[in-house]
Design a protein around this ligand. Structure first.
Ligand code: SF4
Ligand code: SF4
Length: 371
């Protein structure tokens, strides 16, 4: 049976987080997961070049605590991800998120999954899933996710964090191939099935996470929670329960359909958190949660589309580069983006990548009434 372990943790004190994780690993019976001399990929959420206080990326204190534990076993930790923000340089992402500091302090390697070639896996629909070759070059992965809401798939937790194992531009390409939340969830479930045997265990940084219009434009929310499990779907299932979602996220629904959420036991170290207070889902999700017959009947009258707040835009061009269907035009350093809504597939990659929260959801008149 899988085990999910939670501990209330209210600040980013590396020493305290280290002690908590050591205890959680022991209680979870995972002490033999890391072996002498193994090369282990630490896979944080490094979505973009944002500082730790923005709650967009896994906090460096959590990554540092995990790295120290790996070093205790005389194993070799390597920090790596394929950031969405790689279009502006992986080094910048590693620096701003605090990963380079950890690397220098502990003398450990950081790698860019962009620079790695990919292995190819044939999916049931005949399409090819590309996963960074790193998974075959290390002895295992410790998945270190951030607790956040997600405007496309409602929540991003430990299973969705594995999406960063897909190198670079292909991530945006898959949004084009699998544009709706259920289709995208099927891809994530395929990815999880392909890499689950490479995982040592998963850690979730919910000390300060994000709610509202996540994964990058929401509000930092102090959940006060650190979690660890040998089974990512079990951990995510339990978090969605604590969040009190009316309906599970598309990724969770897909995992349940595929029998990938096992029986599991939950252990709380210390005080239990029954539910997240004032938890806000992304504003566009009220539409997805409305009765299907209603949204189908009203069709395009209840749509949500990206729009820009000109005063917040710094004309960086990241949104244009992230769009998988070339629905954005602009002159970099001069103008704000313009959207071609006849091309836009509502993948919300532009919203996810914008460094200034300048991209918002424009709701059609009827959509404004659904909440
Ligand atoms: S404009 Fe934004 S939401 Fe529309 S397809 Fe492009 S990236 Fe996706
Ligand atoms: S909307 Fe955001 S991502 Fe797009 S150019 Fe402006 S600041 Fe950059």
């Amino acid at each position: 049976m899988a085990t999910v372990i939670f501990k209330r943790e209210t600040d980013y004190d590396v020493g305290k987080i280290y002690d908590s994780l050591v205890e959680m690993i022991e209680i979870g019976g995972l002490s033999d997961k890391i072996k002498y001399g193994e090369r282990i990929l630490l896979k944080p959420n490094l979505l973009a070049a944002r500082t730790p206080d923005s709650a967009v990326t896994t906090h460096p204190a959590v990554v540092e605590a995990v790295a120290k534990i790996v070093l205790d076993y005389s194993a070799i930790p390597i920090i790596g991800d394929s950031p969405g923000g790689a279009i502006r340089g992986t080094q910048r992402v590693l620096k701003n998120t605090g990963m380079l500091k950890i690397s220098e302090k502990l003398g450990i390697e950081t790698i860019s999954l962009e620079a790695k070639s990919a292995i190819q896996i044939k999916l049931p629909d005949g399409k090819i899933l590309h996963i960074s070759k790193i998974i075959n070059e290390v002895d295992g992965i410790i998945n270190i996710a951030k607790l956040k809401t997600h405007s496309l798939v409602l929540m991003t937790l430990t299973v969705k964090n594995l999406y960063g194992l897909i190198p670079g531009f292909r991530k945006a390409e898959y949004h084009k191939i699998y544009p709706t939340p259920p289709k995208f969830a099927r891809l994530v479930a395929e990815l999880y099935s392909a890499v689950k045997d490479n995982l040592k265990f998963s850690v979730l940084d919910g000390i300060v996470g994000m709610d509202g219009n996540g994964p990058s434009s929401g509000q930092a929310h102090k959940f006060g929670l650190l979690a660890l499990s040998d089974n990512p779907p079990a951990l995510d299932f339990e978090i969605e329960n604590i969040a009190g979602l009316k309906s599970h996220s598309p990724i969770m629904k897909e995992l349940i359909k595929r029998n990938l959420v096992p029986q599991y036991e939950v252990k709380w170290l210390g005080e239990k958190i029954e539910n997240f207070k004032n938890f806000k889902i992304p504003s566009n999700w009220y539409l997805y949660l409305a009765p299907a017959f209603l949204t189908k009947f009203l069709g395009k009258l209840v749509q949500v589309a990206p729009d820009v707040v000109d005063s917040k835009c710094i004309h960086c061009g990241d949104c244009m580069h992230s769009c998988p269907v070339d629905a954005i035009t602009m002159i970099i350093e001069k103008t704000s983006p313009k959207f071609d809504y006849s091309k836009c597939i509502r993948c919300l990659c532009c919203h996810e990548i914008c460094p200034t929260k300048a991209i918002i959801f424009k709701k059609s008149i009827l959509a404004k009434f659904i909440k």
